[in-house]
Design a protein around this ligand. Structure first.
Ligand code: SAH
Length: 346
C-alpha cells in the first residue's frame, strides 16, 4: 500500500532543516530547498539544480509539491485577466489580474466557494467549500505576477483578497500566505500593498489588529442599518453593526490605518435618504473612505443597480461630511471577472 506523501510546502523552514539533519544531511540543505519552494516558486524537485540528484530523488520519495495549475485564462477587452485555477484535488477557484495605468492588482481567492451567504454574490451560491492552503493562495499571486510581467512588462504591485471566499474565515492560512508574500524569503512585497476584504467578522478583525498584520482593511458594508444588512447578508444577524463598529474602532486604535467600506447601492434596498444618513453616521465612527461599487447582476433581478440620482445623493452627503467617496466601475465584466461574479462558470 502506498502511503500518501506529505506536501512539502506544509513544512516550515525549521521543519525542513530538521528533516535534512535527521536524514544525515546538513541543515543548510533545508534553506536551499526552501528557497526553491517559495521565492523561486518551483513546482518540481527536478528544478532544484543546486542539490544533488540523490537528494532530489530522496525528496521525491518522501514528498509531493502540491501546486495549482492555471486551467483556463481569459482576457477581457479592458485588459483584465481571469485565471481559473485547478487545485491538486481538482477543485477550481478563480483569480483576477486588474491592470490600470499605474498598477497591477491581483484579486485572489481564499476559499473554494464561501462560508458566507450574501444574497447578491455569485460565489455564495457555490456549494462545495474548503479553505485554501497557504501555498494555494501564494501560487495564485505568483501566477498573476508572471502574467503581469508577460503581458504588461511590470511586476505585480498590489494584492486584494476580494476573490472567492471570506478571508477572515480562513484566517490562519491567509496569514501564513501573507507572511510568505511579504517575507524576503518569498516575494518580498510590502504588506501596505495588500488589502484584506471582509464581510465583517468582528472577532477576527480584532485578532488581525492584535497580530499587527500591517495590511489594509476593507469591509463590505452595503448597509449601515441592521435590519437591511441582515436581510441581504443573512450571516450578519450574528454580527450586529454595533459589534462591527467596536471592532473597527479597535482596529483603528491599534493600526492607525483607515478603513475602506465597500458599498453597492440597490434599487429599493438601500437607495433611500435614511440609508444614506445611516452610512454617513457610521462613517464618522472611524476614519474611512467609501467605494461605491457598481452592481454586477448575477441573476433574475431581485437586486438591481440603483439610479444615478441615488448614487449621487450618497456622494453628495458623504462629501458634505468630508468623507471621501469614489464610484468604482467594474472591470472584466465580459469574462465574469468582476466583483461578485466569480463562480467557476467556465
Ligand atoms: N468575502 C469578502 C471578500 C470578497 S470581496 C468580502 O465580502 O469582503 C468581493 C466584493 O464584491 C465584496 O465587497 C462583495 O460585497 C462585493 N460583491 C459581491 N457580489 C457583488 C455583485 N454582484 N456586484 C458587485 N459587488 C459584489
Amino acid at each position: 500500500m502506498e502511503i500518501e506523501k506529505k506536501d512539502i510546502r506544509s513544512l516550515t523552514k525549521e521543519q525542513l532543516r530538521d528533516f535534512f539533519v535527521a536524514n544525515g544531511d546538513k541543515a543548510f540543505r533545508g534553506n536551499q530547498v526552501y528557497e526553491w519552494l517559495w521565492s523561486k516558486a518551483s513546482h518540481s524537485f527536478e528544478d532544484m539544480t543546486n542539490v544533488s540528484k540523490e537528494t532530489r530523488a530522496m525528496l521525491e520519495n518522501n514528498f509531493v509539491i502540491n501546486h495549482i495549475k492555471v486551467d483556463t485564462m481569459q482576457r477581457s477587452e479592458d485588459g483584465t485577466v481571469k485565471n481559473a485555477v485547478r487545485l491538486h484535488d481538482d477543485l477550481i477557484v478563480e483569480s483576477v489580474l486588474i491592470p490600470t495605468q499605474t498598477r497591477t492588482t491581483a484579486c485572489v481567492s481564499s476559499q473554494v466557494g464561501c462560508s458566507l451567504d450574501c444574497n447578491f454574490c455569485a460565489t455564495a451560491r457555490l456549494k462545495r467549500m474548503r479553505n485554501l492552503n497557504p501555498d494555494e493562495i501564494y501560487d495564485q499571486v505568483v501566477a498573476i505576477d508572471r502574467e503581469s510581467r508577460l503581458y504588461y512588462n511590470r511586476p505585480l504591485s498590489n494584492i486584494v483578497f476580494m476573490g472567492m471566499g471570506e478571508p477572515l474565515m480562513n484566517y490562519p492560512n491567509v496569514m501564513k500566505a501573507i507572511d510568505k508574500i511579504t517575507s524576503n524569503e518569498g516575494l518580498g512585497m510590502s504588506p501596505k500593498r495588500i488589502t484584506v476584504s471582509t464581510s465583517g467578522i468582528p472577532k477576527m478583525i480584532k485578532k488581525m489588529a492584535d497580530d499587527e498584520v500591517k495590511v489594509k482593511l476593507a469591509v463590505s458594508l452595503h448597509s449601515a442599518i441592521d435590519e437591511v444588512r441582515s436581510q441581504i447578508m443573512p450571516f450578519s444577524e450574528n454580527f450586529p453593526l454595533k459589534d462591527l463598529r467596536e471592532s473597527l474602532e479597535y482596529w483603528y486604535r491599534k493600526t492607525k490605518s483607515k478603513i475602506t467600506y465597500e458599498y453597492v447601492v440597490w434599487k429599493g434596498i438601500n437607495d433611500s435618504k435614511q440609508a444614506v444618513d445611516a452610512l454617513v453616521k457610521f462613517c464618522k465612527y472611524v476614519p474611512c473612505k467609501v467605494n461605491l461599487i457598481e452592481y454586477n447582476p448575477i441573476d433574475d433581478g431581485e437586486f438591481q443597480q440603483a439610479s444615478d440620482e441615488a448614487i449621487n445623493l450618497y456622494i453628495k452627503e458623504l462629501e458634505k461630511n468630508n468623507i471621501v467617496a469614489k464610484v468604482r466601475r467594474s472591470r472584466g465584466k465580459d469574462i465574469d471577472a468582476a466583483c461578485g461574479q466569480l463562480a467557476n462558470k467556465s
